[in-house]
Design a protein around this ligand. Sequence first.
Ligand SMILES: [Zn+2]
Length: 110
Amino acid sequence: MRVKIRKGDTVEVISGRLEDKGKRGEVINVMMKENRVVVQGVGIRTKHQRQVQTQAGRNVNPGRIQFEGPIDISNVMLVCPKCNEAARVRIQRDEAGAHRVCKSCEQLID
Ligand SMILES: [Zn+2]
């Protein structure tokens, strides 16, 4: 099972939509079941919003709302915080649990 990408990680988009390729951003949500992630600034979708009133009585302005849509987890690669490369990681297990190790610089990520 893929548990190599977690919320808060920085990832680089390696495939998928052309306009997103090469972009880096922070993972803001991981949807394990769907194998999808939401990455800040990536997979931007536009929703057309009509003027609505929320339960709190505030008006939400009509117009276009841009938000990040989920993208396939296989389209992103973890950016190693140690060497700043989009790197493959391997899992190393010891008494303390499972740790991620960057295959590029061999440093422990966490
Ligand atoms: Zn590294």
